[in-house]
Design a protein around this ligand. Structure first.
Ligand SMILES: Cc1cc2nc3c(=O)[nH]c(=O)nc-3n(C[C@H](O)[C@H](O)[C@H](O)COP(=O)(O)OP(=O)(O)OC[C@H]3O[C@@H](n4cnc5c(N)ncnc54)[C@H](O)[C@@H]3O)c2cc1C
Length: 361
Protein backbone atom coordinates (compact mmCIF):
# COMPACT_ATOMS: atom_id res chain seq x y z
CA UNK A 1 0.00 0.00 0.00
CA UNK A 2 1.29 3.52 -0.82
CA UNK A 3 2.08 5.62 2.27
CA UNK A 4 -1.09 7.21 3.67
CA UNK A 5 -1.88 9.94 6.19
CA UNK A 6 -3.58 8.15 9.11
CA UNK A 7 -5.30 9.40 12.27
CA UNK A 8 -5.62 7.33 15.44
CA UNK A 9 -8.08 8.17 18.24
CA UNK A 10 -6.68 6.73 21.49
CA UNK A 11 -3.11 6.13 22.69
CA UNK A 12 -3.70 3.13 24.94
CA UNK A 13 -2.66 -0.43 24.16
CA UNK A 14 -4.28 -0.61 20.71
CA UNK A 15 -3.43 2.98 19.77
CA UNK A 16 0.28 2.64 20.54
CA UNK A 17 0.64 -0.77 18.93
CA UNK A 18 -1.18 0.47 15.83
CA UNK A 19 0.88 3.68 15.65
CA UNK A 20 4.15 1.74 15.92
CA UNK A 21 3.03 -0.86 13.35
CA UNK A 22 1.66 1.63 10.82
CA UNK A 23 4.69 3.94 11.13
CA UNK A 24 6.97 0.98 10.42
CA UNK A 25 4.91 0.31 7.30
CA UNK A 26 5.81 3.82 6.10
CA UNK A 27 2.54 5.64 6.82
CA UNK A 28 2.33 9.19 8.24
CA UNK A 29 0.56 8.75 11.58
CA UNK A 30 -1.02 11.19 14.05
CA UNK A 31 -2.43 10.06 17.42
CA UNK A 32 -4.93 11.97 19.62
CA UNK A 33 -5.56 11.24 23.30
CA UNK A 34 -6.98 13.30 26.20
CA UNK A 35 -4.14 12.18 28.52
CA UNK A 36 -1.70 14.92 29.53
CA UNK A 37 1.22 13.00 28.10
CA UNK A 38 2.57 9.53 27.35
CA UNK A 39 3.38 8.56 30.97
CA UNK A 40 0.93 6.58 33.15
CA UNK A 41 -0.55 8.31 36.21
CA UNK A 42 -1.96 5.24 37.99
CA UNK A 43 -5.00 7.23 39.10
CA UNK A 44 -7.62 5.06 37.44
CA UNK A 45 -8.25 7.61 34.70
CA UNK A 46 -5.87 6.73 31.87
CA UNK A 47 -5.51 3.76 29.55
CA UNK A 48 -6.53 0.40 31.01
CA UNK A 49 -3.45 -0.94 29.24
CA UNK A 50 -1.20 0.60 31.94
CA UNK A 51 -3.06 -1.09 34.80
CA UNK A 52 -3.04 -4.56 33.26
CA UNK A 53 -0.96 -7.30 34.86
CA UNK A 54 0.09 -8.37 31.37
CA UNK A 55 -0.77 -12.05 31.71
CA UNK A 56 -0.80 -13.82 28.35
CA UNK A 57 -2.95 -16.80 29.29
CA UNK A 58 -4.81 -18.36 26.35
CA UNK A 59 -5.28 -21.57 28.30
CA UNK A 60 -6.41 -20.34 31.72
CA UNK A 61 -8.66 -17.71 30.16
CA UNK A 62 -10.63 -20.43 28.37
CA UNK A 63 -12.51 -20.45 31.66
CA UNK A 64 -14.18 -17.22 30.57
CA UNK A 65 -13.12 -16.72 26.95
CA UNK A 66 -14.09 -18.15 23.58
CA UNK A 67 -12.06 -20.40 21.30
CA UNK A 68 -11.50 -17.36 19.05
CA UNK A 69 -9.86 -15.44 21.89
CA UNK A 70 -7.67 -18.44 22.70
CA UNK A 71 -6.59 -18.74 19.06
CA UNK A 72 -5.82 -15.00 18.87
CA UNK A 73 -3.92 -15.41 22.14
CA UNK A 74 -1.66 -18.22 20.91
CA UNK A 75 -0.86 -16.24 17.75
CA UNK A 76 -0.23 -13.08 19.76
CA UNK A 77 2.27 -14.84 22.02
CA UNK A 78 4.47 -15.41 18.97
CA UNK A 79 3.90 -11.88 17.75
CA UNK A 80 4.79 -10.34 21.13
CA UNK A 81 8.10 -12.21 21.12
CA UNK A 82 8.99 -10.56 17.79
CA UNK A 83 7.59 -7.12 18.75
CA UNK A 84 9.48 -6.98 22.03
CA UNK A 85 12.66 -8.02 20.23
CA UNK A 86 12.27 -5.02 17.90
CA UNK A 87 11.60 -2.50 20.71
CA UNK A 88 14.30 -0.44 22.48
CA UNK A 89 15.20 -1.13 26.11
CA UNK A 90 14.35 -4.85 26.04
CA UNK A 91 10.89 -4.68 27.69
CA UNK A 92 10.18 -7.70 29.85
CA UNK A 93 8.43 -10.61 28.11
CA UNK A 94 8.60 -14.23 29.25
CA UNK A 95 6.96 -17.40 28.11
CA UNK A 96 7.69 -20.13 30.66
CA UNK A 97 4.20 -21.41 31.32
CA UNK A 98 2.09 -20.52 34.34
CA UNK A 99 0.73 -22.38 37.35
CA UNK A 100 -2.80 -23.07 38.49
CA UNK A 101 -3.10 -23.73 42.23
CA UNK A 102 -6.05 -24.82 44.34
CA UNK A 103 -6.43 -25.31 48.07
CA UNK A 104 -7.86 -28.65 49.20
CA UNK A 105 -11.36 -27.22 49.63
CA UNK A 106 -11.33 -25.76 46.11
CA UNK A 107 -10.50 -28.99 44.27
CA UNK A 108 -14.07 -29.28 42.94
CA UNK A 109 -13.90 -25.78 41.49
CA UNK A 110 -10.48 -26.58 40.01
CA UNK A 111 -11.84 -29.69 38.32
CA UNK A 112 -14.77 -27.72 36.89
CA UNK A 113 -12.33 -25.14 35.50
CA UNK A 114 -10.01 -27.80 34.08
CA UNK A 115 -12.97 -29.52 32.43
CA UNK A 116 -13.48 -26.32 30.41
CA UNK A 117 -9.84 -26.27 29.23
CA UNK A 118 -8.62 -28.35 26.28
CA UNK A 119 -7.16 -31.00 28.58
CA UNK A 120 -8.19 -33.99 26.55
CA UNK A 121 -6.93 -32.97 23.12
CA UNK A 122 -3.53 -34.53 23.67
CA UNK A 123 -1.60 -31.42 22.60
CA UNK A 124 1.39 -29.95 24.39
CA UNK A 125 -0.95 -27.11 25.43
CA UNK A 126 -2.92 -29.24 27.87
CA UNK A 127 -2.60 -28.53 31.64
CA UNK A 128 -0.10 -30.82 33.33
CA UNK A 129 -0.87 -32.01 36.89
CA UNK A 130 2.03 -31.48 39.31
CA UNK A 131 2.60 -33.39 42.54
CA UNK A 132 4.13 -31.62 45.54
CA UNK A 133 7.68 -32.62 44.60
CA UNK A 134 7.31 -31.43 41.02
CA UNK A 135 5.82 -28.12 42.19
CA UNK A 136 8.65 -27.66 44.70
CA UNK A 137 11.20 -28.27 41.92
CA UNK A 138 9.55 -25.72 39.63
CA UNK A 139 8.71 -23.05 42.20
CA UNK A 140 10.34 -23.59 45.61
CA UNK A 141 8.91 -20.27 46.84
CA UNK A 142 5.38 -21.71 46.92
CA UNK A 143 3.91 -23.49 49.94
CA UNK A 144 0.29 -24.16 50.64
CA UNK A 145 -1.51 -24.96 47.39
CA UNK A 146 -2.65 -28.55 47.77
CA UNK A 147 -3.22 -29.10 44.03
CA UNK A 148 -1.20 -27.70 41.18
CA UNK A 149 -1.09 -27.78 37.38
CA UNK A 150 1.40 -26.35 34.91
CA UNK A 151 -0.21 -24.49 32.02
CA UNK A 152 2.50 -24.81 29.36
CA UNK A 153 3.27 -22.07 26.85
CA UNK A 154 1.56 -19.24 28.72
CA UNK A 155 3.45 -15.98 29.03
CA UNK A 156 3.54 -12.52 30.50
CA UNK A 157 4.64 -9.07 29.47
CA UNK A 158 5.46 -5.83 31.30
CA UNK A 159 2.59 -3.62 30.18
CA UNK A 160 4.09 -0.31 31.32
CA UNK A 161 7.51 -0.97 29.77
CA UNK A 162 5.98 -2.05 26.46
CA UNK A 163 3.60 0.92 26.24
CA UNK A 164 6.49 3.30 26.92
CA UNK A 165 8.72 1.56 24.37
CA UNK A 166 6.03 1.50 21.64
CA UNK A 167 5.50 5.23 22.01
CA UNK A 168 9.22 6.03 22.07
CA UNK A 169 9.98 3.79 19.09
CA UNK A 170 7.09 4.85 16.84
CA UNK A 171 9.33 7.08 14.78
CA UNK A 172 7.81 10.00 12.95
CA UNK A 173 4.44 9.63 14.70
CA UNK A 174 2.88 12.92 15.88
CA UNK A 175 1.33 12.54 19.34
CA UNK A 176 -1.35 15.07 20.31
CA UNK A 177 -1.87 14.98 24.09
CA UNK A 178 -4.74 16.78 25.81
CA UNK A 179 -6.72 16.14 22.62
CA UNK A 180 -10.05 14.37 23.06
CA UNK A 181 -11.74 12.91 19.98
CA UNK A 182 -15.47 13.52 20.24
CA UNK A 183 -16.52 11.92 16.94
CA UNK A 184 -14.99 9.64 14.36
CA UNK A 185 -16.20 9.62 10.76
CA UNK A 186 -14.63 7.84 7.79
CA UNK A 187 -11.55 9.91 6.93
CA UNK A 188 -11.88 12.44 9.78
CA UNK A 189 -11.51 12.94 13.53
CA UNK A 190 -13.37 15.66 15.43
CA UNK A 191 -11.03 16.84 18.16
CA UNK A 192 -11.73 18.90 21.29
CA UNK A 193 -9.09 20.42 23.57
CA UNK A 194 -5.62 20.72 21.99
CA UNK A 195 -5.74 20.96 18.16
CA UNK A 196 -9.53 21.38 18.28
CA UNK A 197 -11.41 20.98 15.01
CA UNK A 198 -12.08 18.49 12.24
CA UNK A 199 -8.92 16.76 11.05
CA UNK A 200 -9.02 14.98 7.69
CA UNK A 201 -7.00 11.81 7.00
CA UNK A 202 -6.86 9.12 4.34
CA UNK A 203 -8.20 6.74 7.00
CA UNK A 204 -8.80 6.83 10.74
CA UNK A 205 -8.60 4.24 13.51
CA UNK A 206 -10.98 4.47 16.45
CA UNK A 207 -9.35 2.75 19.44
CA UNK A 208 -10.67 4.91 22.27
CA UNK A 209 -11.62 2.00 24.54
CA UNK A 210 -14.41 3.24 26.81
CA UNK A 211 -14.11 6.65 25.14
CA UNK A 212 -16.07 5.20 22.18
CA UNK A 213 -19.06 4.51 24.41
CA UNK A 214 -21.34 6.85 22.43
CA UNK A 215 -20.95 4.69 19.33
CA UNK A 216 -20.72 1.18 20.82
CA UNK A 217 -22.64 -0.53 23.66
CA UNK A 218 -19.57 -0.51 25.92
CA UNK A 219 -19.41 -0.80 29.68
CA UNK A 220 -16.47 -0.59 32.05
CA UNK A 221 -15.64 -3.51 34.33
CA UNK A 222 -13.60 -2.43 37.32
CA UNK A 223 -10.34 -4.24 38.08
CA UNK A 224 -7.91 -3.66 40.96
CA UNK A 225 -4.26 -4.68 41.31
CA UNK A 226 -1.60 -4.59 44.02
CA UNK A 227 2.07 -4.03 43.14
CA UNK A 228 4.48 -5.58 45.62
CA UNK A 229 8.24 -5.64 46.12
CA UNK A 230 9.92 -8.59 47.81
CA UNK A 231 13.69 -8.90 47.30
CA UNK A 232 14.68 -12.45 46.40
CA UNK A 233 11.07 -13.69 46.23
CA UNK A 234 12.14 -16.52 43.92
CA UNK A 235 8.89 -16.88 41.97
CA UNK A 236 9.68 -17.42 38.28
CA UNK A 237 6.24 -17.95 36.70
CA UNK A 238 2.82 -16.33 37.01
CA UNK A 239 0.41 -18.29 39.16
CA UNK A 240 -3.35 -18.39 39.38
CA UNK A 241 -5.13 -19.42 42.53
CA UNK A 242 -8.71 -20.60 42.66
CA UNK A 243 -10.70 -18.30 44.87
CA UNK A 244 -14.42 -18.05 45.57
CA UNK A 245 -14.62 -14.34 44.68
CA UNK A 246 -11.67 -13.36 42.50
CA UNK A 247 -9.59 -14.70 39.64
CA UNK A 248 -6.43 -14.24 41.69
CA UNK A 249 -3.06 -14.15 39.97
CA UNK A 250 0.45 -13.24 41.01
CA UNK A 251 3.00 -12.38 38.34
CA UNK A 252 6.74 -11.92 38.98
CA UNK A 253 8.38 -8.94 37.31
CA UNK A 254 12.01 -7.83 37.04
CA UNK A 255 13.36 -5.80 39.96
CA UNK A 256 11.88 -8.03 42.71
CA UNK A 257 8.38 -6.81 41.82
CA UNK A 258 5.22 -8.92 41.87
CA UNK A 259 1.87 -7.87 40.40
CA UNK A 260 -1.12 -9.23 42.25
CA UNK A 261 -4.56 -9.05 40.68
CA UNK A 262 -7.30 -8.71 39.98
CA UNK A 263 -10.81 -8.00 41.09
CA UNK A 264 -13.57 -8.02 38.47
CA UNK A 265 -16.43 -5.84 39.60
CA UNK A 266 -19.50 -4.76 37.62
CA UNK A 267 -18.97 -1.12 38.35
CA UNK A 268 -17.62 1.94 36.56
CA UNK A 269 -16.26 3.33 39.80
CA UNK A 270 -12.75 4.63 39.16
CA UNK A 271 -12.05 5.56 42.80
CA UNK A 272 -9.25 4.08 44.91
CA UNK A 273 -8.86 0.33 45.57
CA UNK A 274 -11.21 -0.90 48.29
CA UNK A 275 -9.91 -2.40 51.53
CA UNK A 276 -11.97 -5.52 50.86
CA UNK A 277 -10.38 -6.20 47.46
CA UNK A 278 -6.87 -5.43 48.72
CA UNK A 279 -7.25 -7.69 51.79
CA UNK A 280 -8.82 -10.55 49.84
CA UNK A 281 -6.21 -10.48 47.06
CA UNK A 282 -3.29 -10.21 49.47
CA UNK A 283 -4.60 -12.91 51.81
CA UNK A 284 -5.11 -15.28 48.87
CA UNK A 285 -1.58 -14.71 47.56
CA UNK A 286 -0.08 -15.03 51.04
CA UNK A 287 -1.86 -18.37 51.51
CA UNK A 288 0.35 -19.96 48.83
CA UNK A 289 3.47 -17.81 49.22
CA UNK A 290 4.03 -17.13 52.93
CA UNK A 291 7.16 -15.06 52.24
CA UNK A 292 4.85 -12.34 50.95
CA UNK A 293 4.26 -11.30 54.56
CA UNK A 294 7.45 -9.23 54.24
CA UNK A 295 6.57 -7.77 50.83
CA UNK A 296 6.22 -4.02 50.57
CA UNK A 297 3.17 -2.51 48.88
CA UNK A 298 4.41 -0.31 46.04
CA UNK A 299 1.11 0.68 44.50
CA UNK A 300 -2.59 -0.04 44.50
CA UNK A 301 -4.05 0.52 41.05
CA UNK A 302 -7.43 0.26 39.38
CA UNK A 303 -9.03 0.85 36.03
CA UNK A 304 -11.97 -0.14 33.85
CA UNK A 305 -11.84 -2.88 31.22
CA UNK A 306 -13.71 -1.91 28.04
CA UNK A 307 -16.32 -4.64 27.51
CA UNK A 308 -19.05 -5.27 24.93
CA UNK A 309 -22.16 -7.27 25.91
CA UNK A 310 -20.81 -10.57 24.48
CA UNK A 311 -17.30 -10.02 25.93
CA UNK A 312 -15.87 -10.54 22.43
CA UNK A 313 -13.55 -8.06 20.70
CA UNK A 314 -15.08 -6.21 17.77
CA UNK A 315 -13.38 -5.08 14.55
CA UNK A 316 -15.40 -2.92 12.17
CA UNK A 317 -13.90 -1.84 8.84
CA UNK A 318 -15.58 0.56 6.43
CA UNK A 319 -13.79 2.62 3.77
CA UNK A 320 -11.74 5.26 5.58
CA UNK A 321 -12.44 3.98 9.12
CA UNK A 322 -11.35 1.05 11.29
CA UNK A 323 -12.78 0.55 14.75
CA UNK A 324 -11.38 -1.96 17.27
CA UNK A 325 -12.82 -2.28 20.73
CA UNK A 326 -14.24 -4.55 23.44
CA UNK A 327 -10.96 -6.19 24.44
CA UNK A 328 -12.28 -6.58 27.99
CA UNK A 329 -9.82 -8.63 30.11
CA UNK A 330 -7.88 -9.92 27.09
CA UNK A 331 -6.28 -6.84 25.54
CA UNK A 332 -2.67 -7.85 26.06
CA UNK A 333 -3.48 -11.44 25.27
CA UNK A 334 -4.91 -10.75 21.83
CA UNK A 335 -3.89 -7.27 20.61
CA UNK A 336 -1.12 -8.16 18.10
CA UNK A 337 -3.09 -10.87 16.28
CA UNK A 338 -6.30 -8.82 16.36
CA UNK A 339 -4.46 -5.83 14.88
CA UNK A 340 -2.99 -8.08 12.16
CA UNK A 341 -6.52 -9.24 11.27
CA UNK A 342 -7.91 -5.69 11.31
CA UNK A 343 -5.07 -4.34 9.14
CA UNK A 344 -5.48 -7.17 6.62
CA UNK A 345 -9.22 -6.41 6.38
CA UNK A 346 -8.51 -2.66 6.10
CA UNK A 347 -5.90 -3.21 3.33
CA UNK A 348 -8.40 -5.32 1.35
CA UNK A 349 -11.04 -2.61 1.83
CA UNK A 350 -8.65 0.15 0.66
CA UNK A 351 -7.65 -1.94 -2.39
CA UNK A 352 -11.27 -2.40 -3.46
CA UNK A 353 -11.92 1.31 -2.86
CA UNK A 354 -8.92 2.15 -5.10
CA UNK A 355 -10.05 -0.37 -7.75
CA UNK A 356 -13.58 1.10 -7.71
CA UNK A 357 -12.16 4.61 -8.13
CA UNK A 358 -10.10 3.50 -11.15
CA UNK A 359 -13.14 1.73 -12.69
CA UNK A 360 -15.23 4.93 -12.57
CA UNK A 361 -14.51 6.75 -15.88
C1 LIG B 1 -6.98 -4.45 36.42
C2 LIG B 1 -6.81 -4.89 34.99
C3 LIG B 1 -6.00 -5.98 34.72
C4 LIG B 1 -5.85 -6.42 33.41
N1 LIG B 1 -5.03 -7.48 33.17
C5 LIG B 1 -4.89 -7.95 31.92
C6 LIG B 1 -4.04 -9.06 31.66
O1 LIG B 1 -3.37 -9.58 32.57
N2 LIG B 1 -3.96 -9.54 30.39
C7 LIG B 1 -4.67 -8.97 29.36
O2 LIG B 1 -4.60 -9.48 28.23
N3 LIG B 1 -5.45 -7.88 29.57
C8 LIG B 1 -5.59 -7.38 30.82
N4 LIG B 1 -6.38 -6.28 31.05
C9 LIG B 1 -7.19 -5.76 29.94
C10 LIG B 1 -6.44 -4.75 29.05
O3 LIG B 1 -5.80 -3.78 29.83
C11 LIG B 1 -7.46 -4.08 28.11
O4 LIG B 1 -8.14 -5.07 27.38
C12 LIG B 1 -6.75 -3.15 27.12
O5 LIG B 1 -6.05 -2.14 27.80
C13 LIG B 1 -7.74 -2.53 26.14
O6 LIG B 1 -6.97 -1.79 25.20
P1 LIG B 1 -7.57 -0.49 24.47
O7 LIG B 1 -6.46 0.10 23.69
O8 LIG B 1 -8.84 -0.87 23.80
O9 LIG B 1 -8.00 0.46 25.68
P2 LIG B 1 -7.07 1.35 26.67
O10 LIG B 1 -5.77 0.65 26.94
O11 LIG B 1 -7.93 1.68 27.83
O12 LIG B 1 -6.79 2.64 25.83
C14 LIG B 1 -7.82 3.53 25.44
C15 LIG B 1 -7.17 4.88 25.18
O13 LIG B 1 -8.14 5.74 24.58
C16 LIG B 1 -8.03 7.00 25.17
N5 LIG B 1 -9.30 7.71 25.02
C17 LIG B 1 -10.43 7.63 25.77
N6 LIG B 1 -11.36 8.47 25.34
C18 LIG B 1 -10.80 9.11 24.26
C19 LIG B 1 -11.29 10.11 23.37
N7 LIG B 1 -12.51 10.64 23.49
N8 LIG B 1 -10.45 10.54 22.39
C20 LIG B 1 -9.20 10.03 22.24
N9 LIG B 1 -8.71 9.08 23.06
C21 LIG B 1 -9.51 8.63 24.05
C22 LIG B 1 -7.68 6.72 26.61
O14 LIG B 1 -7.08 7.88 27.23
C23 LIG B 1 -6.69 5.59 26.44
O15 LIG B 1 -5.38 6.08 26.28
C24 LIG B 1 -6.53 -5.77 32.34
C25 LIG B 1 -7.29 -4.64 32.60
C26 LIG B 1 -7.42 -4.19 33.92
C27 LIG B 1 -8.25 -2.97 34.19
Amino acid sequence: MAPLHLGIAGAGLLGRLLAWTLARQGHRVEVFDPAEGPEPRFDGQGAAGFTAAGLLSPLAERDVASERIAALGWRSLERWAAIVEALPGAPFFACRGSLLLAHRGDLGAARRLLARLPSADGTSRAPLPLDAAALARLEPALHGGAHAWLLPGEGQIDAVQVLRALQAAASGVRWHWGARVDAVEPGALHVAGGRAGRHAFDAVFDVRGLGARGELPLRGVRGETVWLRLPGHGLTRPLRLLHPRHRVYLAPRPGDVLVLGASEIESEDRSEVSLRSAVELMAAAHSVMPALQEARILRLDRNLRPALPDHEPRVEVVPGRVRINGLFRHGWLIAPALIDEALAEWAACERSRAAAAVAVP
